[in-house]
Design a protein around this ligand. Structure first.
Ligand SMILES: NC(=O)c1ccc[n+]([C@@H]2O[C@H](COP(=O)([O-])OP(=O)(O)OC[C@H]3O[C@@H](n4cnc5c(N)ncnc54)[C@H](OP(=O)(O)O)[C@@H]3O)[C@@H](O)[C@H]2O)c1
Length: 306
């Protein structure tokens, strides 16, 4: 019998982390689709030995802790999901955001190289300024407009060419804190919502992203990969779609512009940062369409104990 590959997951208790750990243990997480296998290979509960670390277990901004984690666990692959993800708060805590998103990613790339492990580091569409006017491909120039985007981009720059960088966007998981839950809660409690219709992007189910990460863990390709559900949308369209699923009428969601947001968000978001995922689709297969992903989230959130 072949030996299990040992996978170390930073941010293992975050939104994407919990879904990835499920898949690596051979289970389909809430919000996931059992028939989605981008590498056409079934899950195997014996294939991986998983070490999912929380922030408490490992602070990725500490050189000593990162070195100790790699030395003790001796992983084959490190999936680096830990991040400072509070996009607006990062504007007022730039040093902390940089310590986690930039320094932490560099430390993991260095430690992975020292210990002979492959690094998969997850990044964001916010590395782009959003003014290209078309979907972003992996080779497009970055030009982040927020502290979060800048610190994530600088983390990418500290990775080695052998590392795999996965850029994803608008991530939502059943067990994560995300806007889809806020919309669904308002829809079921009879309230209405206002969402911007002038920011375009790509939704990513954290479960589908996690399944794509399993394919990348097996392939260890290196380089930059864009991974998101198929199709572009706006936050207003997402809100209207969730309202429809939950039986709300046209009056549930009202479109507004970014300039109408009150109070104005601290961080600037790209007006159009949808990711072109054709590289991943060619090498593996496309992720399901975004409505399929959002519908699964709304369906499976009923199973959450709250
Ligand atoms: N969410 C999105 O819409 C989105 C979009 C594009 C890209 N991404 C990227 O996708 C990845 C996963 O995001 P996610 O949605 O799973 O985020 P998440 O739910 O916020 O999870 C991030 C995890 O990182 C942990 N963390 C924070 N600081 C840390 C530190 N210094 N050391 C170790 N762990 C630390 C957090 O733990 P505590 O909460 O205990 O601090 C949290 O569990 C991140 O790289 C993120 O930048 C996310």
């Amino acid at each position: 019998m072949s030996q299990a590959q040992r996978i170390l997951v930073t941010g293992g208790y975050g939104q994407v982390g919990v879904d990835l750990v499920d898949y690596l243990m051979g289970r389909v997480p809430l919000g996931g689709r059992a028939d989605f296998a981008p590498d056409q290979r079934p899950l195997d509960s014996e294939e991986f030995e998983v070490i999912g670390l929380s922030h408490h277990d490992l602070d990725v901004s500490s050189p000593e802790q990162v070195e100790a984690a790699l030395a003790h666990t001796r992983p084959d692959v490190v999936v680096h999901l830990a991040a400072y993800t509070a996009v607006d708060r990062a504007e007022t805590e730039p040093d902390l955001a940089r310590a986690v998103n930039t320094t932490g990613t560099g430390l993991l790339s260095d430690a992975a190289a020292r210990h002979g492990a492959h690094l998969i580091a997850v990044s964001t569409d916010y590395v782009f300024d959003g003014v290209k006017g078309a979907a972003y491909v992996e080779e497009d120039a970055t030009n982040p407009q927020s502290v979060y985007g800048l610190t994530k981009r600088d983390g990418e720059l500290l990775c080695r060419s052998a590392d795999t960088i996965v850029r994803t966007s608008w991530v939502m998981g059943v067990r994560g804190k995300n806007v889809a839950h806020i919309i669904a809660d308002r829809a079921t409690s009879g309230q209405s919502v206002r969402f911007v219709s002038d920011q375009t992007g790509t939704v990513t189910s954290s479960a589908d992203l996690a399944r794509a990460l399993v394919a990348l863990i097996r392939a260890r390709p290196g380089g930059v990969w864009h991974v998101a559900n198929t199709g572009t949308t706006t936050w207003f369209e997402i809100a209207r779609f969730i309202g429809e699923i939950l039986g709300r009428g046209e009056d549930f969601a009202t479109p507004i512009t970014t300039s109408e947001l009150s109070p104005a968000p601290l961080a600037t978001r790209p007006p159009r940062s949808d990711l072109d995922t054709s590289k991943f689709a060619r090498a593996f297969s496309p992720l399901p369409e975004w409505r399929d992903a959002v519908a699964r989230l709304v369906r499976d959130r009923e199973h959450l104990v709250r």
